[in-house]
Design a binder for this molecule. Sequence first.
Ligand code: DGL
Length: 289
Amino acid sequence: MATADHPIGIFDSGLGGLTVLRAVHERLPGEDLIYFGDTARVPYGTKGELTVRNFASQDAGLLVGLGVKMVIVACNTASAFALDHLRETLPVPVIGVIEPGVEEALRRTRGGPVGVIGTSGTIRSDRYQQGLREGRAGFGGIADERILVRECPLFVPLVEEGMMGTEITRLVLGEYLEPLRNARADTLILGCTHYPLLKEEIAAYMGPQTELVDSAATLAEAAEQILVAADLLRTESEREGLLDFHLSDIPWKFAEIGARFLGRPIADAKIVGLDEMEQAGRTVAKGTS
Ligand code: DGL
């Protein structure tokens, strides 16, 4: 049985979800956080629904096996394809990035078009679009004509290569975002773990008429509300929460990329083998059968 003293689990397809871990740590500094990045199988954004759901079950299963009190799905693609399934199968509360992002966009839009950018999987899943159409948390839904989406697959490798602020990124940005700028989107959801690192460039390109929604910050707020409601928030925070990192591979540029997303170096990361991942997926599935 999970208690407030247990850690929060956060997973992503790779290191991009460290932007979410960073936001959660800033908002809830007393909470212990366990991060799992599936660096051996990243990217998820180009993969099909069943594969992503299967990987996400294993990722979340691993965290549950480590005793977390809540699972945060930091990856937009995994949130799009696996959130419902994880909510049905996991014994702890599960939160993804899409619902908080939708809510924040509905709060901020001023009646104009709302843009959503993400990986191919996230955009094709239609999850953000559904959320915007249906409305959330007292905010009414918006008409389909007001929802403009763009797949931006090249942003992921550009950020991983540290090419922010370069000419090539400016060109790609213009290629992807021109239709959204021409349509005068008043709000733009950054629907991918990597895009907060391009925030300034995207904001400069889109101009002051467009408000950007960074799902990492909105998710951290939503996670806090869920913990409070479930009586699982750690209230005694006299020490800074511990950060514990688990990865399925150590990529060549791990230190550089990790620090870029986290905003500081990662002290130490444990390796989890893929056989262990598969076992974690089976264990969590068995627990619910
Ligand atoms: N974490 C993924 C997301 O937010 C981006 C990287 C990938 O494609 O796996 O959708």
